[in-house]
Write a protein that binds this ligand. Structure first.
Ligand code: FAD
Length: 323
């Protein structure tokens, strides 16, 4: 059995249905390396995962065989890994599954839970989580008073990357099933992704459209710019409520939170509930015909103009650059 450093940070890796590391792994391991020694936990049968995690900076990788059922076996594995490693903090992706695992784990182990962190650091007393709240209007820190904090980290929020580890310690983790009730997987139907665009959650670039697009037909312009940039498509709630695009595209307080490198807002006024989901984007570009639109208060680049004039020119310029 391997010995684990005193400053170990346990990272639960999200694994995709096809057995690959989710994109969140790089940011989680990068965040962990900034505050301690990253130890990854992969609950998967896929053999290549340990190598993939080491390439992203995991010094040790614990591999647990997935048990039958949803979520509970992952929590069981996290409990076993935490007892073995005795980490200073546990980092989990703020994905739908990650949030559920983190919540259940924290309740079961009586640990403090900090959700939707956009960064972590360390002070004299331990690991501190940083959050962007109230639509990005305030930055707050959270820390726990005892034990190791369980922190969910917003996908895409952490830019830091850890150096690859050439020869990681790989250990098969023995997990005792807790016997807690779990939803049972009866059959699996793979949903066929018909779009070649990146997924909104965790995308490096996002182009979003708002009520200013005027209709579902005209919303195609948002998709055309997204394709020219290789970006995911987002939307304001007004655009979703008007039926221009499905709810899965909604960015904001009651939609998806994104932290891309580039966020382009087309015909979006910049209500606080929208900003809550995108204000941590690294570069924000806004195109709006109203010079007083609040989105310009947070934009790095703003174009005051009619999006139906500006966006086609932008797409032509991007296409010309590719030739
Ligand atoms: P509008 O505010 O109507 O803005 C449209 C903008 O388009 C205007 O600024 C206008 O100048 C511009 N425009 C119009 N035509 C053109 C043109 N031809 N060229 C350029 N610009 C043009 N909203 C979210 O987005 N996400 C959420 O998750 C969310 N959650 C909410 C939760 C609660 C509890 C509540 C109360 C509200 C929530 N909202 C959310 C709604 C939010 O308050 C706003 O109503 C919404 O974001 C507005 O969307 P919009 O900017 O597309 O529309």
């Amino acid at each position: 059995m391997a010995a684990y450093n005193d400053d170990s940070i346990l990272v639960l890796l999200d694994v995709t249905a096809s057995g690959e590391l989710a994109k969140s792994a790089a940011g989680l391991l990068g965040a962990a390396a900034g505050v301690g020694t990253p130890v990854a936990l992969a609950v998967s049968d896929a053999p290549a995962l340990a190598g993939a995690a080491a390439a992203l900076g995991a010094t040790s990788v614990l591999v647990a065989t997935p048990g039958a059922g949803l979520t509970v076996p992952v929590v069981d594995a996290l409990v076993a890994a935490s007892a073995l490693v005795r980490p200073d903090a546990i980092l989990v992706s703020n994905s739908i599954e990650g949030r559920e695992v983190a919540g259940r784990f924290a309740a079961r182990t009586r640990s403090g839970l900090a959700v939707d962190a956009v960064g972590v650091s360390r002070d004299d007393e331990g690991v501190v989580a940083h959050h962007s709240v109230y639509g990005g209007a305030y930055n707050v820190d959270s820390a726990v008073t005892f034990g190791a904090p369980v922190i969910t980290v917003r996908q895409g929020a952490v830019d830091a990357r850890a150096d690859a580890v050439a020869s990681p310690v790989v250990e098969q983790l023995a997990v005792t099933p807790s016997g807690r009730k779990s939803a049972t997987v009866v059959s699996v139907d793979e949903a066929v992704v018909s779009s070649s665009r990146p997924e909104l959650r965790g995308a490096a670039k996002v182009v979003s459209g708002g009520r200013g697009l005027g209709s579902g037909e005209k919303f195609v312009l948002v998709e055309e710019l997204a394709d020219a940039l290789g970006a995911a498509v987002g939307a304001s709630r007004a655009a979703v409520d008007a039926g221009y695009v499905p709810y899965a595209h909604q960015v904001g307080q009651t939609g998806v939170s994104v932290s891309p490198q580039l966020y382009v807002a087309l015909g979006i006024s910049g209500a606080i509930q929208h900003k809550a989901g995108m204000q941590t984007a690294k570069t924000i570009v806004a195109i709006n015909k109203d010079v007083d639109a609040p989105i310009f208060e947070i934009a790095d680049f703003g174009v005051v103009g009619d999006l139906f004039t500006v966006v086609p020119q932008l797409i032509s310029a991007l296409d010309a650059k590719k030739k």
